[in-house]
Each structure stands twice: as structure tokens, then as C-alpha cells.
Design a protein around this ligand. Structure first.
Ligand SMILES: *Cc1c(COP(=O)(O)O)cnc(C)c1O
Length: 226
């Protein structure tokens, strides 16, 4: 179903407001707004809702499921080759092939089996998405991500496999203050020489920018509730 002009205008207005907030949050801590990238999280929203945002100038998008991205994005990408698509959801090793084919950045490398599968697909396809490691900063049993304690060893393992890790990503526990989690992720990145920090969502992206986020992943503040 086509998105109504009113809905399209609302999405673009909310995107502009998030973009302005990001720039303000960056300047507040004497960072350059251009050093903070907005990943517009379009999961569950149809291509018709995404098109107005692409027309307005948004280039980076995040999806959390390989299958959903496969259904939604190939056509949009053909029309807009400069789009950068991020995988931000948990990855199964049997989806590694599709993930490497579909995404420009995979943010959720979190265990040796996935790292090995990705390394194999990169070698096979010659395609090399940028890779981030997801860190489970709250040590939550149900959540994906390598534990903070194991992060350094896992990054070393990735490098041994020939994988270049460009960033770290975290999703803090919903019922806790996010700032210690953002600070912990920044600390792990610093000591491992990793540059990109993907942290902060609709509720806390300004805080994440204060603590060094280079990528914020914002869904509902742009597209509305899911
Ligand atoms: C859904 C999702 C987001 C966006 O969340 P909002 O609260 O809607 O901004 C960010 N990161 C990940 C990993 C997600 O799954």
C-alpha cells in the first residue's frame, strides 16, 4: 500500500528533527556533527515508508532481520546505489552468505562460529562488508553479543581469521541507565584500537553522542512506534 502524503511528510519531519538533535548534541560536546552518522532503523516498516526518507537525503539504514532486508531492499538499492545498509540484528551462521551479499556493514559479529562463517563468505564472494562486534555490556543471558570480559580475546580471534573489525555495537539493558554501558563500550573500543561506536537508540541517542557514539541507530523517533 502506498504511504499517504501526510505520513511521508511526518516521517521526513521527524527525521529532520532527529538530525537537528544529533547535530546539537555533537556541538554541545565539541564534536563535529558530521562525525556522528544516523542509521535510520527501518525494520518492520515497508519500502513505501523508506522511499520519502531516501528522497529527503538519508543514506544509511538499519535492518535487524536478513529475510526482511532481502524482501525489502534489493529494489530500493537498485534505484539508489549509494545507500549503506547495516545489519543490526542477531546473525545465524546459516545466514552468513546472505548477510555478506546484502549488507554493507554487519554490526552483530559476536561469536567464533559467526566470525568463521563471515570470513569464509568474504573469501568466497570477494565482497567485504565492514564489520562490528556486538558487546553484551549488561551480560544479559537472553541477549546477543560477546561479554565485556571476553571482548578483547574475541577481537584478537577475529583478526587471526583475517577479519578487520571497524566498530563495536551495544544495546544496553532496557531497565538500566545507559551511560555506564556506553562508557564501557567506548573503553573496550579505545583499548583495542577500534574506531566506530554504534550506540544510542531513540530514547538515548543524545547521551550516546556525549559518550562518543559515531553511529546512532534510531527507529521509532523517525518512523513512529512499531
Ligand atoms: C530496533 C532497534 C533499534 C532502534 O530502536 P528505536 O528505539 O526504535 O530507535 C536500534 N538498534 C537495534 C539493534 C534495534 O534492534
Amino acid at each position: 500500500m502506498a504511504t499517504s502524503p501526510e505520513r511521508a511528510a511526518q516521517i521526513v519531519a521527524q527525521w529532520r528533527s532527529v538530525t537537528a538533535d544529533i547535530a546539537r548534541a555533537a556541538r554541545d560536546v565539541e564534536r563535529t556533527p558530521a562525525d556522528v552518522a544516523l542509521v535510520a532503523v527501518s525494520k518492520t516498516f515497508p519500502a513505501e515508508d523508506i522511499a520519502p526518507l531516501i528522497a529527503a537525503g538519508q543514506k544509511i539504514f538499519g535492518e535487524n532481520k536478513v529475510q526482511e532486508a532481502k524482501a525489502k531492499w534489493p529494489e530500493l538499492r537498485r534505484a539508489h546505489p549509494d545507500i549503506e545498509l547495516h545489519l543490526i540484528g542477531p546473525l545465524q551462521s546459516n545466514k552468513a552468505r546472505e548477510a555478506v551479499e546484502l549488507f554493507d556493514v554487519i554490526e552483530t559479529i559476536d561469536r567464533p562460529k559467526i566470525a568463521e562463517a563471515i570470513a569464509q563468505e568474504i573469501a568466497r564472494t570477494g565482497r567485504s562488508p565492514r564489520l562490528y562486534v556486538q558487546v553484551n555490556t549488561g551480560n544479559e543471558p537472553q541477549k546477543a553479543g560477546v561479554s565485556p570480559k571476553e571482548a578483547d580475546a574475541f577481537l584478537t580471534r577475529c583478526r587471526e581469521l583475517g577479519l578487520k573489525i571497524d566498530g563495536l555495537m551495544c544495546i544496553p539493558p532496557v531497565d538500566e541507565q545507559a551511560s555506564p554501558h556506553f562508557a564501557l563500550l567506548a573503553q573496550i573500543a579505545r583499548r583495542n584500537g577500534v574506531a566506530a561506536l554504534s550506540m544510542g537508540m531513540s530514547a538515548d541517542y543524545e547521551l550516546a553522542i556525549q559518550l562518543g557514539a559515531t553511529h546512532v541507530r534510531v527507529g521509532s523517533a523517525i518512523f513512529g512506534s512499531r
